[in-house]
Design a protein around this ligand. Sequence first.
Ligand code: NAP
Length: 208
Amino acid sequence: MSKSVLLLGASGRTGRLVLRLALDGGHRVTALVRSEKRLADAPDSRLTKVVGEACDPATLRQLVPGHDVVVSTLGPRWPTRAAAAVYPDSAAAFVPAMEEAGVRRLLVTSSALLFEQRTCTAWLLRRAVPSVVHGAASMEAVVRRSDLDFTLVRTSFLDDSDDPAHRLGVDALPDAPGSVSRLAVARYLLSQIEAEEGHRRRVVGLCR
Ligand SMILES: NC(=O)c1ccc[n+]([C@@H]2O[C@H](COP(=O)([O-])OP(=O)(O)OC[C@H]3O[C@@H](n4cnc5c(N)ncnc54)[C@H](OP(=O)(O)O)[C@@H]3O)[C@@H](O)[C@H]2O)c1
């Protein structure tokens, strides 16, 4: 069944793949972007582009009603505190807007660094990008406090290969995680857009 999707982060590398897969799958997509130029190459009759601020509560209150699912692939372009604020600031906008509109299904990308991994690599990465870890954790806390049917999709390091291989853990990250392609993440998000039930109110870990 065709779904109506509000996509936040559609101009990003994963977001563009989600956009393409969703449109190819016959779904209608509203893409909220900061700049029209960032999506100039994606014309489609089922796509509505809206230029606006993903962290602005009023914008989200206006946009959310009428959609079946909200997908956020927003993330910091840089590992700084200011950039990572996009995680909690957007959640503080889309969560109340969804609750108000009665739109329950939410898919959000987050970081696998939030899993308790006791490896040297995870330890080093957590110390290398503390703002990203803190921002993602704050976003997740806002989402978990809601009564929405969320799936928090914690991915390991992303790459731009076209390798669809991935392993998925529910409430856990599979052992010895490797990087995973943005394509695999986008395919998983599409599967959740289309699923009758899906991984509702769950955290999933995606890696190769
Ligand atoms: N990169 C990794 O290795 C990695 C690892 C684990 C998890 N993740 C997470 O996976 C998801 C996808 O990552 P990606 O690398 O594909 O993303 P990306 O290419 O960096 O795209 C990020 C998206 O967020 C938007 N954005 C950033 N700050 C914003 C702000 N203040 N207001 C509005 N929009 C803003 C960007 O918009 P503009 O195009 O306008 O800049 C872009 O659409 C993200 O949630 C990311 O944090 C990434």
